[in-house]
Design a protein around this ligand. Structure first.
Ligand code: 6PG
Length: 236
């Protein structure tokens, strides 16, 4: 799907999220949602925090997880928890126990094992079938906090991992869902915006060798959607 601009892109994803959450709550009584940090989803989070989405989405039954976290305190400007809390969660009526953040302030190893346990408990020992995972893509083709040098092919069997990365002066140490977790999801949506992403989009879509982490996202049973704006899609 190619949207005209970031506003249309955010509206499209907000509509999808609304439909999926209503269906899932009707069928199973809850909706598990894993969200990414970064600048691309900011419009979406702001949109979701306001009417009509603040009323339409059954937030009381939505369980929010983080796709990845940067190893900084939870009130740090670079924290993905801080971002999503400020832009979305604190504006909504959502029960505290529905917020499943990655506790990186305890150290990356402890954060990995606690988050892994949190997933096990929530998904009752089965693979983490998130109802929806929202992903972004970096200019280098990374997604979540899985970078080209993250040894992701060796992470098989784990749902959470840590990595060290250099990207745009953002904090290097990260904790992330692995491809095993992402690819177990029922729905995955990539959001990509801006002309600075056009080159990597061209490479990912024409990449037969799977050179980039984002190319490894391929839900085994679920659906995958790429939602780009016109600028990000200009070389496709
Ligand atoms: C993070 C994100 C990361 C992000 C991409 C794209 O913590 O940085 O979760 O995976 O989605 O880096 O970031 P932008 O949307 O800022 O381009």
């Amino acid at each position: 799907m190619v949207a005209e601009n970031i506003d249309e892109l955010a509206s499209y994803v907000a509509e999808e999220l609304t439909k999926l959450s209503l269906d899932s709550v009707k069928m199973n009584g809850s909706f598990s949602l894993a969200l990414s940090g970064g600048s691309t989803p900011e419009e979406l989070y702001t949109l979701l925090s306001k009417e009509p989405y603040s009323l339409l989405i059954p937030w009381k039954y939505v369980h929010v997880f983080w796709v990845d976290e940067r190893c900084v305190p939870p009130d740090d400007i670079e924290s993905n928890y801080r971002q999503i809390n400020d832009e979305l969660l604190k504006r909504l009526e959502i029960p505290f126990e529905n917020i499943h953040r990655i506790q990186v302030e305890l150290g990356h190893k402890q954060a990995v094992s606690l988050y892994q346990r949190e997933l096990q408990e929530f998904f009752r020992g089965s693979e983490p079938e998130f109802d929806l995972v929202i992903l972004g893509v970096g200019k280098d083709g990374h997604t979540a906090s899985i970078f080209s040098d993250s040894n992701y092919t060796e992470q098989v069997g784990n749902y959470v991992s840590f990595t060290m990365a250099n990207y745009e002066n953002r904090p290097g140490m990260r904790v992330t869902l692995t491809f095993d977790a992402i690819n177990s999801a029922k729905n995955v949506i990539f959001m990509v915006s801006g002309s600075e992403k056009a080159e990597i989009m061209k490479k990912i879509f024409h990449d037969k060798q799977k050179q980039f982490p984002a190319s490894y996202v391929s839900p085994s049973k679920g659906s995958l959607k790429w939602v780009l704006d016109r600028e990000a899609a200009e070389l496709l």
